[in-house]
Design a protein around this ligand. Structure first.
Ligand code: 5RP
Length: 239
């Protein structure tokens, strides 16, 4: 017997988010990563159907994908604000605090999120954790100059930091920086940790996205999407 095909959770949750939150005429932030890619493609379908959207990309990779999907991409500096941004995450805790950046776009993602009225996070349920730092390392973007010294200052915050590399060479972000992936046993106080990381010379940005998510949409293994809003609304979205 052929086993039933498992649902594509990333596609399901991404399309549910675009269908629920993106309206004609909006300014929309386009996230980065394998889940956000499906949202970009769905935005492309809306544009093809006649929606007029102003879109800003959170990475060069997303910008390329958006253009391929027929979506014109604007510069964030030319936009007053974004009504909604749809982006992925690496971990989501019960207070909707996040770790992002395994896709390497944390700096632009944080700048775009700060310009956004409603930041919508799309994940499958494997990303839901009780405490941040328990499944995913925390990405920290650093200036290349003196990066090994910056690493020591980061490690003093209680983690083991490993430079991100591809094919034996350090991964370079869209901003021209390196990323250290910082393994914690768990992050007990994300706000305190963020305040410590923010003052280390050489640290450009960290992957803690605190009080940033307006809502998280999460798909369970059957493909049922639950929407959790910061204000307490919790509902199952109809497919
Ligand atoms: C990129 C990100 C991504 O949103 C995050 O890594 C999740 O990616 P994916 O949907 O591929 O699991 O923060 O910087």
């Amino acid at each position: 017997m052929v086993p039933p095909e498992s649902p594509n959770l990333k596609k399901i949750v991404a399309e549910a988010a675009v269908n629920h939150y993106v309206k004609d005429g909006m300014a929309v932030g386009l996230g980065t990563g394998s889940t956000a890619e499906y949202a970009v493609r769905r935005v492309g379908e809306l544009v093809a159907s006649g929606y007029e959207l102003t879109c800003v990309a959170t990475s060069l990779r997303t910008e390329k994908l958006a253009v391929e999907a027929g979506v014109k991409v604007s510069d964030l500096s030319d936009v007053d604000h974004l009504d909604v941004t749809i982006d992925g995450a690496d971990e989501v805790d019960p207070d909707l605090q996040l770790i992002k950046g395994l896709g390497g776009a944390l700096l632009r993602e944080k700048i775009v999120a700060a310009a956004t009225v409603r930041e919508i996070i799309i994940v499958d349920e494997s990303k839901l954790v009780q405490k941040l730092g328990t499944k995913s390392p925390l990405p920290v973007e650093v200036i290349r100059f003196g990066h090994a010294r910056t690493k020591y200052a980061v490690e003093r915050q209680g983690c083991k930091a490993t430079i991100r590399a591809t094919d034996g060479k350090p991964f370079v972000t869209d901003g021209g920086n390196y990323v250290y992936d910082c393994a914690f046993e768990s992050i007990e106080n994300p706000f305190f940790l963020e305040s410590r990381l923010d003052v280390i010379p050489g640290v450009v940005e960290n992957g803690l996205f605190l009080n940033t998510a307006y809502a998280v949409l999460s798909a369970d293994r059957e493909g049922i999407v639950t929407r959790i809003e910061r204000g307490g609304v919790r509902e199952i979205l109809k497919p």
